[in-house]
Design a protein around this ligand. Structure first.
Ligand code: SF4
Length: 179
């Protein structure tokens, strides 16, 4: 249970953490992939019943779907993350890292590295290559989150009042931007 709670926390925190470490400009500098719009038959997507677990990386998470695709080495599973919003002009780093974490979990549980993951927005599906840089970025983010959990204090990492307005910790936070 501990691993599940820790892992779920890590997956959920990846999106928020990414904003601190990768703005759009920095994202380009890291070489994180942009991805391309593709057609994907949603009827072939399989809902994921149980969380995927990687004890090696201390990660647990459940992608929205898995889909079997044909790759050079044979059939492989790739994760699908569904977002209710329309496709943003620039793919948020948090979305990329969350998808990368799911790719990592698929890689660990299937013992086969997915070539890409799918980010499904309301109006488009993006195929995001699971590059070495993206994989490493997800591992770095997970490691930094684990370290932050033991820090005596963690300061605000953004200048976005909207995030503070919707934050469940605002009542106890002395760095909140919104009243
Ligand atoms: S209220 Fe505090 S903890 Fe919440 S998002 Fe703003 S700075 Fe972060």
């Amino acid at each position: 249970m501990f691993w599940i709670l820790l892992g779920l926390g890590l997956i959920l925190l990846l999106a928020g953490f990414a904003v601190r470490h990768w703005g759009h400009r920095a994202q380009a500098q890291t070489g994180l992939p942009v991805g391309e719009v593709v057609y994907s038959d949603t009827g072939a997507w399989q809902a994921v019943e149980k969380p995927l677990i990687s004890r090696r990386y201390g990660l647990v998470g459940k992608p929205d779907y898995l889909v079997r695709v044909q790759a050079a080495g044979g059939a492989l599973l790739v994760p699908v993350e569904v977002k209710s919003r329309t496709q943003p002009a620039v793919t948020p780093a948090g979305h990329l890292l969350q998808l990368a974490a799911y790719c990592l979990l698929v890689e660990e549980t299937q013992k086969a590295r997915p070539p890409y993951g799918l980010l499904h927005y309301a109006d488009a599906t993006l195929q995001i290559p699971y590059t070495d840089a993206l994989r490493q970025a997800a591992l770095d983010a997970a490691q930094a989150i684990r370290q932050a959990r033991h820090a005596a204090d963690v300061h605000r990492s953004h200048d976005d009042p909207a995030r503070c307005r919707g934050c469940g910790y605002r009542h106890a936070c002395d760095e909140a931007l919104a009243e």
